[in-house]
Design a protein around this ligand. Structure first.
Ligand code: NDP
Ligand code: MG
Length: 375
């Protein structure tokens, strides 16, 4: 197997799973973007044979890989031509689209963490997967739960995913004016990369996940919903025809969904960490507040509009989050920046190809940067 974006948080969780099954899977190659040190650590542990740096490959990095006998792929496409069965796509953002498309065309088994590629190019990916026989399995926890529940209950009325509420859940909206990057990155239940942690605070993450679920489970938006659940124990629920619900619970740790996908269609052979009912537990659910989380409603609306809207929404969000993390805009400017880009989008709507999606993505990024620069 290979890991794309091995140096990030999902990459780390994947390594954790591999450590539990040293004889069953062989990590043959990885990609990284900037974190050479972490890539070296992974090599020291798993001794993979091939590598690709999607960022700028420095001379000393080249030298170090060569001295270890690791083959360096010039670019991602060359890298993907190697010999492997399973690919974990753990790259963050729209940069995951091109390799995911390429993997689908090659008919590979794809463990998809990169939700952005499903959001941007869901229809095309599924169409291509049908043609090539590629299997795309969801690592994203909520979708992994839905995937499991639907294997047991294929008929349903509604699918609901949960949201922790993010780092600002307990802070009143009136105080959002002064929240800083550090506060937003302090996620209450999950330990993840910076971009998705900001997306959790704005709840843009949940909007992206609703769009992701729309494609993954071929389900209309009217039958999809999200709810705040601060304990992050229940990850999704399926409503049966009589209004009763099936829920899926596990500790907030990505190893469950990664292990499940690695062993699919067999169940993972060992207990990771069971939920104990010896201690008292509370489980809460509440609706997503419109005033606190406008990004959720904006994103779902883009999903409903379809066509290029999800790609434009996603690209504008990536730029807005990048600007926020670099302290160029305030937290409260993130959603208005995205809204502003969407207002200027002319809404051409039939998605023709990956090339036209990339063009929409590029347009939205440029527009978002223009707006962000003067905010
Ligand atoms: P991280 O930021 O922790 O890691 C991102 C990875 O992508 C790193 O390996 C990074 O390399 C690499 N990368 C960054 N920019 C580029 C680029 N332009 N081209 C290619 N590779 C790049 O993110 P996460 O692991 O948290 O998230 C990865 C994906 O998984 C996201 O799409 C996220 O939404 C999704 N996801 C994550 C969850 C989590 O628990 N973390 C849960 C569910 C979904 P480097 O570090 O070397 O710069
Ligand atoms: Mg998720």
């Amino acid at each position: 197997m290979i890991i794309l974006g091995a140096t990030g948080s999902i990459g780390e969780s994947t390594c954790k799973v591999l450590r539990s099954y040293p004889d069953l899977f062989t990590l043959t190659a990885i990609t990284y973007h900037s974190n050479f040190e972490r890539a070296r650590e992974i090599h020291n542990e798993f001794a993979f044979a091939g590598v690709c740096s999607t960022g700028e490959l420095k001379d000393e990095e080249k030298k170090a890989w060569k001295s270890e006998g690791v083959e360096i792929a010039e670019n991602l496409e060359t890298f993907l031509q190697g010999d492997y069965d399973i690919a974990v796509v753990a790259i963050v953002g729209a940069a995951g689209v091109a390799p995911t498309v390429s993997l689908v065309e090659k008919g590979k088994v794809i463990l998809l963490a990169n939700k952005e590629s499903m959001v941007i190019a869901g229809e095309l990916l599924l169409h291509k997967a049908k043609l090539s026989g590629s299997l795309i399995l969801p690592i994203d926890s909520e979708h992994n739960s839905l995937f499991r529940l639907l294997r047991k209950t294929p008929e349903f009325r509604k699918l609901t995913i949960t949201a922790s509420g993010g780092a600002l859940r307990d802070i009143p909206v009136g105080k959002f004016e002064s929240v800083d990057v550090k506060q937003v990155l302090r996620h209450p239940t999950w330990d993840m990369g910076a971009k998705i942690t900001v997306d959790s605070a704005t709840m843009v993450n949940k909007a992206l996940e609703i769009i992701e679920a729309h494609y993954f489970f071929n389900t209309p938006y009217e039958q999809l919903g999200a709810v705040i659940h601060p304990e992050s124990l229940v990850h999704a629920m399926v409503e049966d025809s009589d209004g009763s619900h099936f829920m899926h619970l596990y500790h907030p740790d990505m190893v469950y969904s990664i292990a499940y996908c690695l062993f699919y269609p067999e169940p993972p052979p060992m207990i990771l960490k069971s939920i104990s009912y010896d201690q008292e537990r509370s489980i809460h659910f509440s609706a997503i507040d419109h005033e606190k989380y406008p990004g959720y409603y904006l994103g779902v609306e883009c999903g409903r509009k379809g066509g290029y809207y999800p790609a434009v929404f996603n690209a504008a969000n990536e730029v807005a989050v990048h600007y926020f993390l670099n302290q160029r805009i305030r937290y409260l400017s993130i959603i208005p920046l995205i809204e502003n880009v969407l207002e200027q989008f002319d809404g051409v709507n039939k998605v023709l190809s990956i090339e036209t999606l990339v063009e929409a993505d590029r347009w939205a990024r440029e527009k978002a940067a223009e707006i962000g620069d003067v905010m």
